[in-house]
Design a protein around this ligand. Structure first.
Ligand code: ATP
Ligand code: MG
Length: 437
């Protein structure tokens, strides 16, 4: 992408409405634009990052054996009346009436709809288990939308749903999602800690929230410090094997949100106790037959008897993760994207646009990086060098190649690492070689 053509409305000043780093930086980097309270447009740079997050989430869901489908945002009220949640859900649910006076709603979650779909197409125990997911916009009319897309009213969620014949089967599905979540967050460079949690309005009796530590997080959390040293990417995971040992390793140490906090248990940890704040980026639930019973979604068991599928649901806040990543990865100059999520794989700064020698070297690098699949962004604008440096740092491009007249004369460019600030003068070829693979 040539920056001269890119729609990248960056801001020099901190917007006054933003209280936390991620909100401030998303506005300054031209990633989002508020439409109304808690409702945002995703501008090109923001959408690119959102899609990267979505890709990692999708890859790990697929690897865990979940199958993607896509349910609509608008749902009929009937299925919620069947489950009994239409009245319970209260003011968070945006209720709509269509031209035929039918009650509709903008979905805040999809337990009812997926249960209706599976009910319609599943007759026998032989059709189970099923593990389905979608990545779709949700609407919750939050009392206090805040912190930009962190607590929005419209937000992107990945939600999976499992249907099993037995409790053991449902536990296996839960464990699969548990491990997939650990891998998903770890691949983004995040340390997400699973914490025993309340099940809230979803209901049920087994639940974990996945929380990343951040001073600005809305949840208070308590956990064993050694949890921070566990590494799931170092494990080889076979989703067809028993995952309980991995789950046990991650749940064997104390970790709870304030709702489930047990001060006596926690006190036993002594100085290994961490009391911090965190951001909930995922939440998984096992809730048994709550919805399958309420919605009469029985299948015929081996002896023809009615069996209500054992269910679970598993959410990831895809759009919230973009904010969470920025909270975890930023400095005084802007965002510092981990490479797996960066909107562009490399940035080229031409210090003297219009200078034939500089333009040639920069354009050549740009073409080659594109051919390598590095998806570069090239700052070819005719503005001050300082402004180019500032924007490239602000939008957090992990590798930056600076092309200037002095360097070009000596056949070198400067390769800069955004994360540690290290700069090296090397030939353009060496810079390209460094960015290969
Ligand atoms: P919270 O406790 O933060 O309100 P929740 O328990 O209502 O979240 P779930 O129903 O478990 O959320 O939804 C799954 C995930 O969706 C959450 O873990 C969170 O990451 C994300 N999420 C929930 N509400 C919002 C929101 N208003 N804006 C952005 N993301 C959200
Ligand atoms: Mg929750």
């Amino acid at each position: 992408m040539r920056m001269s053509r890119y729609f990248l409305p960056t801001l020099k000043e901190d917007p006054s409405e933003a209280q936390i780093a991620s909100h401030r930086l998303m506005l300054r980097a031209g990633m989002i634009r508020q439409s109304s309270a808690g409702i945002y447009s995703w501008l090109p740079l923001g959408l690119k990052v959102l899609s990267k997050v979505e890709d990692v989430v999708r890859e790990e869901q697929d690897a865990a054996g979940a199958q993607e489908l896509l349910m609509p945002t608008i749902q009929p009220a009937e299925i919620w009346q069947e489950s009994g949640r239409y009245d319970d859900y209260g003011a968070e649910m945006l209720r709509i009436r269509d031209r035929h006076d039918r009650d509709m709603l903008f979905g805040p979650t999809n337990e009812e709809m997926i249960t209706e779909i599976v009910r319609a197409h599943t007759r026998s125990y032989k059709d189970l288990p099923k593990l389905l997911y979608h990545i779709q916009w949700k609407f919750r009319d939050e009392v206090r939308p805040r912190f930009g897309i962190m607590r929005g009213r419209e937000f992107l969620m990945k939600d999976s749903y499992s249907f099993d014949l037995t409790y053991e089967g449902a536990r296996a599905a839960y464990n699969r999602m548990f491990v997939a979540y650990l891998r998903t967050f770890a691949r983004m460079g995040l340390k997400a800690i699973p914490m025993a949690a309340d099940t809230g309005p979803i209901g049920g009796d087994l639940s974990h929230e996945f929380i990343i530590l951040a001073e600005t997080g809305e949840s208070e959390v308590f956990c064993h410090k050694d949890l921070l040293d566990l590494d799931v990417l170092g494990e080889s995971v076979d989703y067809d094997s028993d995952l309980q040992p991995i789950v046990d390793r991650w749940t064997g140490m104390y970790a709870a949100t304030d709702e489930k906090h047990d001060p006596e248990e926690a006190a036993k940890l002594g100085d290994r106790l961490l009391n911090a704040r965190g951001i909930e980026v995922g939440h998984i639930f096992y809730f048994g037959t709550k919805y399958s019973k309420a919605m009469n979604a029985a299948v015929a068991g081996p002896d023809g008897e009615h069996v209500f599928p054992e269910m679970g649901s598993y959410g990831i806040g895809v759009s919230r993760l973009v904010g969470g990543l920025i909270e975890a990865f930023h400095d005084e100059n802007g965002i510092v994207w981990p490479e797996s999520i960066a909107p562009f794989g490399a940035g080229i700064i031409n210090l003297k646009s219009g200078d034939v020698a500089c333009d040639d070297v920069a354009a050549d690098l740009y073409g080659k990086l594109k051919a390598m699949g590095r998806d570069p962004i090239y700052d070819d604008r005719d503005i001050r060098a300082g402004a180019k440096f500032a924007d490239m740092d602000l939008i957090g491009i992990p590798w930056q190649i600076v092309v200037g007249p002095r360097g070009v004369k000596n056949d070198v460019v400067e390769l800069k690492n955004r994360a540690n600030g290290e700069r090296e003068e090397i030939s353009a070829e060496s810079a390209l070689a460094r960015l290969t693979g």
